[in-house]
Design a protein around this ligand. Structure first.
Ligand SMILES: [Zn+2]
Length: 401
């Protein structure tokens, strides 16, 4: 007789009466062997069931389920007395997530095989997300998107799931190809979705594809010989889709663009960042070789307002500038957080004595060494006015010696 499991026949059943056979410490956990294989152990690329053991005097959380030599083991954080009777409540949010993610994985891999030549590699299915490696040369995002659309179409068709036990030697080549099956003997379980796909599989699945609800690829890592695809289903997929779309909606009025133009808008942002870097480089050359300076008393002062510069840019600039005789340099970069750097040469007092009071009067903070002071301001209404006030205060202070 071939073995079958309740989580194959009735994956939505969530309460079982069980008895504890043994309990052994295992690292930080306890391995609780139970008398009946009602929880699905980790295996075949799918995570194990989670849940709650309700005993007469306590409730013990089940953080995982594993199999050891054919026995089902609940993994807990607390010890459980051998011989105890208990109710096992399966964590159905986690279970339903695995059913959806695992069935979606079957449909996605089968869809990708129709799009192009791919082989399934690594799989990991949890209650939260699915991860699959598709092996094939230079798999493109466009091909993955076509596979994704096919899965979405199959969900709308609400194809029924069928499973049956088939002797290994009667499996078709296509079904046999799925990992590990050829090494087994006797009968294996074959999971089919309508006529679309049949795969040998011991995992938990939805009863029909409509239950998956929604399928969305959320990340692709490309390698020359494979791609690792991460995906979400149902409420996690819908939640992420809404979040991403709403980020766009919230910007749409202040930064007018059509949603269809999102790609070009991101391209433009990338181009602007590159251009800013080039511009900073050009500016850096000019400032370090011929910075515009003014005489204040017997001091030569460079005071510059530099939108688009970042704190690292300011530090690099000051490091590269040539300091000769009595000099003071004030560089100010406005932004969400505005930054300034103040450096002196050959002046009687320390840098902070000139600048710190002015920074603090304007709501900023900072510190530094004898020669260099750096300061920052959170959310300035009018950074240009703040820079002007600090520069004027500095001129006054330098004039007084
Ligand atoms: Zn499977």
């Amino acid at each position: 007789m071939s073995q079958t499991y309740v989580y194959w026949e009735d994956p939505l059943r969530d309460t079982f009466d069980i008895r504890v056979i043994s309990c052994t410490p295992e690292g930080e956990n306890f391995h609780v062997e139970i008398d009946s294989p009602v929880a699905r152990p980790e295996g075949g690329g799918q995570a194990g069931d989670r849940g709650l053991l309700v005993l007469s005097d306590a409730e013990v959380r089940v953080v995982d389920t594993v199999e050891r030599e054919g026995r089902v083991i609940l993994v807990t954080k607390t010890e459980v007395a051998p011989g105890a009777s208990a109710k096992l409540l399966i964590d159905m949010e986690w279970r339903r997530g695995m059913m959806r993610n695992h069935s979606a994985e079957h449909l996605f891999v089968a869809s990708m095989k129709r799009v192009r030549d791919v082989e399934l590699g690594y799989i990991w299915i949890s209650g939260e997300r699915g991860t699959v490696d598709l092996h094939g040369k230079d798999i493109t995002l466009d091909e993955i998107a076509r596979g994704e659309r096919e899965v979405q179409r199959l969900i709308l068709q609400d194809l029924p799931m069928h499973s049956r036990m088939v002797p290994v030697d009667q499996l078709s080549e296509e079904v046999r190809a799925r990992e590990g099956v050829t090494r087994r003997h006797g009968e294996v379980r074959v999971v089919s979705f309508g006529d679309f796909d049949s795969s040998a599989c011991s995992g938990t699945h939805v009863l029909s594809t409509g239950y998956i609800g929604c399928f969305k690829v959320v990340d692709c890592k490309h390698f020359p010989d494979r791609v690792r695809v991460e995906f979400l289903t149902h409420e996690r997929a819908l939640g992420l889709l809404s979040d991403v779309f709403n980020v766009v909606l919230s910007r749409k009025d202040s930064y007018p663009f059509e949603i269809e133009q999102l790609g070009p808008v991101l391209d433009r942002a990338k181009r602007l960042i590159q251009q800013r870097e080039e511009l900073v480089h050009v500016l850096e050359e000019i400032i370090t070789t011929q910075a515009p300076s003014e005489r204040v008393g017997d001091v030569s002062l460079v005071a510059l307002y530099l939108p688009g510069m970042e704190p690292g840019d300011l530090r690099r600039l000051v490091k590269r500038m040539r300091f000769d005789g009595k000099m003071a340099v004030l560089l100010f970069a406005p932004g969400k957080k505005s930054n300034l750097i103040f450096a002196i040469n050959d002046l009687p007092a320390e840098a902070r004595e000139y600048i710190q009071p002015l920074v603090e009067q304007n709501g900023g903070r900072g510190g530094g060494s004898r020669e260099v002071f750096t300061g920052g301001f959170a959310r300035l209404e009018d950074p240009r006015a703040v820079f002007n006030r600090i520069a004027d205060g500095l001129r006054e202070r330098l004039r007084s010696g």
